[in-house]
Design a protein around this ligand. Structure first.
Ligand code: GLU
Length: 459
């Protein structure tokens, strides 16, 4: 069977770098195994799900280079979910319960004082038809639990029932179904919790690998039992570690600044975000990858550590710089134009290669474009001896066209005439030409300024 994975966000907010880790683990797994990637919106919570969030998630993934082979919405699959419910009811695996939250809480406390595990005791299975009718007459509506296969003779005497899976990230995992409560699949108001639609859709969509955050490890045992109760083989599972903020808090859809849209708007490169989202918290060195395809070739889900990884925005800056410094002009031309740079100017391509090593983000090149085309920045100025020196030096600019060799000819003449060398020689010229004390090689800037531009900067 071809590998089929799914990324299943609830469209209730913008996705952040932690969600992208899940999306990319799935995407890279699919790429590596020549498989299919489904973007599945888990939008059964109709009150909180919004199409605009779904659209934004799709746009964020596209920006990162994730191109789903299929897009599905759980909200459109009610008929399949209802059919699965019927099947479970018929096989006696789904049963109605009438307890209120307070009643459940009271029972849990009693079990704890008796040193019993605080799992649901299946009291609802003992209700007679009359008792159920009486509850219904009172106006109570049932919620429905899935009867876990963790007993031999009677559901009231559970026995250790191990479920195993070979997690593609964490290795062999074992859970005991007797240690957990029968999960509620349907709420009192008839709406589904996440478990049933997710399993039904995974079956119908042919999902072979469920790769997601390790906050879902505890759901997996019951889900495997549900796959089997619905007559399907459970897929393989992989649970990666989660990302937290530098102070250890979990990321949430409310961590606005770390949303993918915010990172994109702040000018980060998609491959910087993708490289960090995947490599952080693994045994691989965090380095900027050139493409998702290149990343897929070496992607090894089992290299993730088991503990949470801290996402540090400073690491993103380092990766971003590495990437920007190597970007060819063709990759940035559109964005340079967006940043106000005249890409019809014949100097623009050369300009980018000269300044790219001195910017953090592509759009920062606009400040250098202003220096080249309009005049020096006002960050540094010359005074005293340096001012006199610079005036002399400018008068020694070699005649003729300015090219790659001009700087060396010019500084040779300046050295001979003034006796200055090193920093004392070049810094006043840098300041006069750019209004800054650091920046691209002056030798490379001179041809962009041209003779006129240089002389216009004579102090
Ligand atoms: N919608 C679920 C979530 O966002 C999907 C979990 C899963 O991948 O099974 O947590």
């Amino acid at each position: 069977m071809p590998v089929t994975v799914r990324f299943a966000p609830s469209p209730t907010g913008n996705i952040h770098i932690g969600n992208v880790r899940t999306a990319l683990f799935n995407w890279l797994y699919a790429l590596k195994h020549d498989g299919q990637f489904i973007l599945r919106f888990d939008d059964t919570d109709t009150a909180r799900s919004k199409q605009e969030y779904a659209d934004q998630i799709a746009a964020d993934l596209d920006w990162l280079g994730v191109k789903p082979h299929r897009v599905e919405y759980q909200s459109k699959r009610g008929i399949a979910h209802d059919a699965a419910v019927e099947k479970l009811k018929q096989s006696g695996r789904l049963y109605p319960c009438y307890e209120t939250a307070e009643e459940l809480d009271r029972r849990r406390k009693i079990r704890l004082t008796r040193k019993l595990p605080p799992v649901y005791g299946r009291e609802a299975l003992k209700l007679t038809a009359e008792e159920k009718a009486a509850y219904e007459a009172e106006g109570r509506k049932p919620h429905w639990r899935f009867l876990l296969p963790n007993y031999a003779e009677t559901p009231f005497e559970t026995k250790r029932t191990e479920v195993h899976w070979d997690d593609v990230v964490r290795g062999r995992q074992t859970v005991d179904l007797a240690s957990m409560s029968d999960p509620v699949l349907i709420r009192e108001d008839g709406t589904y919790l996440y478990t049933l639609p997710s399993v039904v859709d995974d079956i119908d969509m042919g999902v072979t690998h469920v790769i997601r955050g390790d906050d879902h490890v505890t759901n997996t045992g019951a889900q495997i039992a549900l796959f089997e109760a619905l007559g399907a083989d459970a897929p393989a599972f992989g649970h990666h570690n989660l990302l937290t903020t530098t102070t250890g808090e979990g990321l949430s859809k409310r961590s606005g600044a770390l949303s993918i849209s915010a990172l994109r708007e702040a000018g980060y490169e998609p491959m910087a975000v993708a490289s960090l989202a995947v490599l952080i918290g693994t045994s691989e060195a965090v380095a900027a990858a050139s493409s998702l395809e290149a990343m897929a070739a070496t992607f090894e889900p089992s290299s993730s550590s088991k503990s949470a990884a801290k996402f540090d925005p400073a690491e993103l800056d380092v990766l971003n710089r590495q990437i920007v410094h190597g970007l060819p002009y063709e990759a940035v031309a559109v964005r340079l134009a967006d940043a106000g740079i005249d890409t019809n100017d014949p100097r623009t391509a050369a300009f980018w290669l000269v300044v790219r090593g001195n910017v953090e983000k592509v759009a920062d090149a606009a400040a250098w474009w202003a220096i080249v085309t309009q005049g020096p920045a006002d960050e540094a100025a010359l005074e005293g001896d340096d001012l006199d020196y610079a005036r002399t030096a400018f008068s020694l600019l070699p005649e003729g066209d300015v090219d790659a060799s001009t700087w060396s000819t010019w500084t040779g003449a300046v050295k001979e005439a003034t006796g200055r060398k090193g920093r004392a020689l070049f810094m006043p010229l840098r300041v006069a030409l750019t209004g800054k004390t650091s920046g691209p090689e002056i030798a490379d800037l001179l041809p962009l300024l041209g003779r006129e531009g240089i002389l216009a900067r004579q102090p």
